[in-house]
Design a protein around this ligand. Structure first.
Ligand SMILES: [Zn+2]
Length: 211
């Protein structure tokens, strides 16, 4: 997944420029079934958009766009506490929703990992102000949390044998699955048989308790 930094200019309605004391990360859905991350970024600076509403990062099936620096206030939570203490991530409702989900999981895990935080720091928009958001994720919120936790275990390297980390890096470097940070990469070639055999041999030894 591409990560693009494209900050909007400071403005009263969208980016006050106030430093925030960030302690959590909040997940949203855009509420728009057709908009992409670039569409959402464009809407923030559309002259017809006068609403005091914004977010830090928007994610779609292909990329993440950071629209407001992660240490500044954004208007996403529906109340002051959320706006001034939480990073707002919008998940797009367009495109392949499995990919959007995986990108959202990877991004949330990366942010938590960088700060040394666990999944207790993840919030829903609903938890701040009652709005039914993220509307596509809420019915499966526990699953989302569990996926982020799995990603965090990999990122933190807790109890992961060296060969598993090597395997993840190998597959990522060869654009076969993900890189070590869990970012999705395009699958554009089959896994070589010899690489598959090494992975299988290691799994076999792992199961027998030899690793
Ligand atoms: Zn929301």
């Amino acid at each position: 997944m591409n990560y693009i930094v494209d900050h909007i200019p400071k403005s009263k309605e969208k980016r006050p420029g106030t430093k925030a004391n960030i302690t959590t990360v909040t997940i949203h859905n855009t509420g728009n079934p057709t908009s992409t991350a670039r569409n959402e970024r464009g809407w923030l600076t559309n002259p017809y958009n006068n609403r005091a509403a914004s977010f830090h990062i928007v994610v779609d099936e292909d990329e993440a766009i950071e629209c407001i620096p992660l240490d500044e206030v954004a208007y996403h939570a529906g109340n002051t506490e959320g706006n001034t203490t939480s990073i707002g991530i919008e998940l797009c409702e367009s495109g392949n929703q499995q990919r959007v989900w995986r990108n959202g999981v990877a991004l949330a895990a990366k942010i938590l990992h960088e700060r040394g935080w666990g999944i207790s720091r993840l919030r829903t928009h609903q938890s701040w102000s009652g709005k039914y958001c993220p509307r596509l994720i809420l019915p499966k919120w526990d699953e989302f949390l569990s996926d982020v936790e799995k990603e965090l275990i990999i990122l933190n390297g807790d109890g992961v044998p060296e060969w598993k980390k090597e395997g993840i890096n190998y597959l990522g470097d060869n654009r076969l699955i993900t890189d070590s940070a869990g970012w999705l990469k395009k699958i554009d070639e089959p896994m070589p048989v010899w690489a598959a055999m090494i992975v299988m041999a290691n799994i076999h030894r792992d199961l027998k308790g030899e690793k």
